[in-house]
Design a protein around this ligand. Structure first.
Ligand code: PA5
Length: 442
């Protein structure tokens, strides 16, 4: 079985005829995408990246990961945005829920900590408290090599590593993922002789999780990166079909656009496994940064069910009607626990005795869909057969392909992010960075 997208008229409030009115437009945008003639075409490297030969690069990543596993108990991953969230999403989706807390006898690979994705000194100094008695390696990731948040964290931790290990040993434990030739981080890596990995020129941050950007930390966490790529390769083939009703990723894009036009301007990605929390964060960056521009875009939000059914559930059911919901449903959880029978039944749960919790979770989803559609929240559904590396690789490609088509349907460039520059320029001016003196003068 495969990752699949399901919608029907009853739950989505959209008819097949309505979807079919997009047939010709989708076929033509498919050509624009694959012939690389549309907006942002210089960032389409991800589109067929997985099918190209990456044997050598994957081997290099796996070798570095083995080295790190061999000499380190902790890997600190420094990065922000597209250079952070994908690795965290995949690791948290595929690894043990309490990965970092597991005793060594149960966790054979290094603990992974993320930093450099904000400017909190409390976080950074608390992190140092946690890692100081362990053997540590660092993977610092920045495509531009100049982003402030990771650069500050790296400056502090580089110093810390050199004090702990001395310069030469620290250099052996620092791994840099950045542009192949430019940027401050590249210059630093060359000077200090750090091992480097390349962020491809033609792949933007939020589309880069299945390149060295995400793959090195993912591999250190003991996840099979070849299986992730295998899933993405199959998705690349499956989702190359230009026919709308035969291409799940294009149908998802069309449904989103139809609902958006009806005033459903917020999409809730609803997941039913807590391991998917960071996957939803990755999805939010992907769609939010790709579509939110030119006064357009669906605001991507996420909810974890059933947790949030006991809080935001009220708003979703009865609040302002600008929402639609996409359930991200895992068919077969990694573990299933059967509800046991109890002689006294004081908790009145014997009616569930013998049922697996996955069955109950499925009923949570079905009950939620019934309730929310009755409350005029259209419902779509993406099903992932199981949380394996293969299926997650497929799912990542599915969302990236949908996002590209959805952005083109909306009439925006889904591959740039001019808006995120604004705060950076103001911050630089306020901090007195040379070159930004004139920005705040007017
Ligand atoms: O998607 C994006 O472009 C951003 O989220 C970037 O990934 C983020 O700002 C980090 O940039 P860099 O990798 O250059 O440090």
């Amino acid at each position: 079985s495969k990752v699949s997208f399901e919608w029907n008229q009853q739950n989505s409030f959209v008819t097949v005829d309505e979807v079919n009115t997009y047939k010709a437009e989708v076929a033509s945008l498919h050509k624009v995408l694959h012939n690389k003639t549309g907006a942002g075409n210089e960032f389409l490297g991800w589109l067929d990246w997985y099918e190209r030969d990456h044997v050598e690069e994957l081997q290099k990543i796996e070798k570095a990961a083995k080295d790190i596993q061999g000499h380190s108990e902790v890997l600190v991953v420094i990065g922000v945005g597209g250079s952070y969230i994908g690795a965290r999403a995949v690791i948290e989706t595929l690894q043990h829920t309490f990965y970092n807390e597991l005793p060594n006898s149960k966790r054979k690979t290094p603990r992974i900590f993320f930093v450099g994705n904000h400017v909190s000194s409390t976080y950074l100094s608390d992190l140092i408290d946690i890692i100081e008695d362990f053997e540590v390696s660092i993977n610092v990731i920045s495509k531009s090599g100049t982003t402030t948040e990771p650069a500050i964290a790296f400056r502090v931790l580089k110093d810390w590593m050199e004090k702990k290990y001395g310069k030469a040993e620290a250099a052996r434990r620092i791994f840099v993922t950045t542009d192949k030739e430019k940027g401050a981080l590249k210059t630093l890596a060359l000077k200090e002789n750090y091992e480097t990995f390349v962020v491809p020129d033609d792949v933007g941050g939020r589309y880069s999780v299945l390149t060295a950007v995400g793959l090195l930390p993912i591999s250190v966490a003991g996840i099979n990166i070849q299986e992730l790529i295998d899933g993405a390769v199959v998705a690349t083939k499956d989702l190359r079909n230009p026919t709308l009703l035969e291409n799940d990723s294009y149908q998802y894009a069309v449904l989103r656009n139809i609902l958006n036009k009806r005033g459903k301007s917020i999409e809730l990605l609803a997941y039913y496994e807590p391991n998917l929390n960071y996957f939803a964060e990755w999805w939010k960056q992907l769609f939010g940064e790709s579509e939110g521009k030119d006064g357009k875009g669906i605001f991507p939000a996420s909810v974890g069910f059933s947790t949030d059914l006991h809080s935001l559930g009220q708003y979703i059911q009865d609040g302002h009607r600008h929402l639609f919901e996409t359930a991200l449903y895992v068919e077969k959880p990694r573990h299933d626990i059967i509800v046991n029978i109890n002689e006294h039944d004081l908790d009145e749960l014997n009616y569930l005795a013998g049922q697996p919790m996955s069955y109950i979770n499925q009923k949570v989803l079905e009950g939620t869909t019934l309730a929310h559609t009755a409350g005029n929240v259209p419902n779509l559904k993406v099903t992932i057969p199981a949380l394996t590396a293969y299926h997650v690789g497929y799912l990542i490609y599915f969302f990236m392909k949908s996002c590209a088509m959805s952005g083109y349907l909306l009439g925006v460039n889904p591959f740039d992010q001019p808006g995120v520059e604004e705060y950076k320029k103001n911050m630089f001016a306020l901090l007195g960075k040379p070159g930004y003196e004139n920005r705040l003068k007017n």
